[in-house]
Design a protein around this ligand. Sequence first.
Ligand code: ASP
Length: 589
Amino acid sequence: MNTPSHFAGAPRGLRSDWCGDLRIDDVGRTVSVTGWVARRREHGEHLAFVDLRDRSGIIQCVVDGAHEVRTEYVLRITGTVRERPDGTRNTELETGAVEIVDCDVEVLNTAEPLPFPIDDRRDVDETLRLRHRYVDLRRARLQRNLVGRARINAAIRGAMDRQGFVEVETPMLIASTPEGARDFVVPSRLSPGSFYALPQSPQLFKQLAMVGGVDRYYQIARCMRDEDLRADRQFEFSQLDLEASFVGQAEILDFVTEAVSDAVATISGDRPVTFETMTWYDAQERFGSDKPDVRFGVELTELTEVFASTDFNAFKAPCVKGIRVPGGAELTRNRLDALTDRAKKLGAKGLVWAKVDGPTAITSPIAKFLTDREVADTVEMLGAESGDLILIVADDRPMVRRVLGALRLDLGRPGVGDGGLRFVWVTEFPLFEGLDESGNPIPAHHPFTMPHPDDIGLLDATGDELTSIRSQAYDLVLNGWELGSGSVRIHRRDTQQRIFGLLGIGADEAQEKFGFLLDAFRFGAPPHAGFAFGIDRLTALLLGEENIREVIAYPKTQSGADPLTGAPSPIEAGQLTELGLRVVVPQPR
Ligand code: ASP
């Protein structure tokens, strides 16, 4: 990945070589290495083996004479590289064929016993790890992750530069950007009572940059969203954020594909060959999700027609779909009951299961309610064979998709790092994802997204009909994780005002919140489109980490705290006064 040979020509300071770099070819050379004592083993009275570790790896040094050297002391060792004697080679170490002898040891610093051992194989309490993150960072896994992340960023920058994009920094102290989350706010000292928001994304600034003729903008941008934290979410995260003028969806997909392919190649050596494209509707119909994990089959199969005139009441529903679980007939009754409970928790009225005994025969509690034709058609439509399990849900369409989509993942999803990297572009997202309490539509992406050209006529619709309008928004999905989103933007003032109106944002409110954007649209805004994807998620997936905290140098805990610095913490009374603030601590209820 980022081996020392990449930076062979760079200044070396106290070292002549990196620990992990020494090989048979170096035998006979006098070298100086620097780093931390990973391990010390006594060998007789005056001889010790010291494993010295730096970012690149570990080298064994044979140290003569009495030295006060303990674990994690910082040393500089100068000596001669020799081939390890027969029978003492260590095949688990890249440097395992050699060692350094005749060592001159300089102790650059001592170290107290560590709060936890630096050992990738041992699980350590996360709060303890984060409190001493500087110790944790010494672990090979985290070193690998940070280097991997830097390589990914460099690859992305290279790809964007090559495609004519200009890296532009946008401000951190801004007025609110709507991305659907809560803002973090910063009080203003010079205007007491007023606040900046930290950017949820650079969305409006990048659009303004298009009006400003930048034409192709990108930034590896820090974004801040005050949302509940999860394995794949932190308060602050990094995105590759981009925007381009005089292009549409196809070109944006190409730009991003290029950057992501380079990022993958820098880690794995191969460029991913395919990025599939699928409409939102098809993703929902086939995978029951807007972030389809296409590493495995178990697709949703439409059965509505099969049961169009059924006598079985539970299947008299607007939509009936099924999934086939290969070999699933082996599932125990307990497991099937658990699946039924899960389906009900997800909102289904029930779940029908059937074990397939042959092309026209099933074992199922509801078998007696179905006609022979219904059984035969179901088995055939699903392509099921003897020994398979069929699960069927009947309800309204969104519910059927949601329930079967979730069961499909429960039953078939490969682990992180298995099944290769399957990228899917999901296009034609709905413009609105539903209606709020006042009956106003809620934007599925954000309010700056252009409706699908074929659906513009539907903007006059009302109520639920509005949710059938498609947009020109698209997502990039990797192995069932949403990596990022983007859209073709509205670039005309009248269209933007119309969308604000539909969203229930009146003319005055629109002017107050987004007046600067509407104003900019008066002065020649070019057609433009963009995208942003999460670097933390991409890095975690490429490095096979389940939790993005493992690829972030200084992450927060699940409750948003930083045990290292103690943030968040109260500020001094004087600071509050200066900011014109008074703290009202909520009383426990
Ligand atoms: N600003 C959007 C986001 O952060 C991405 C985009 O539309 O470009 O999700």
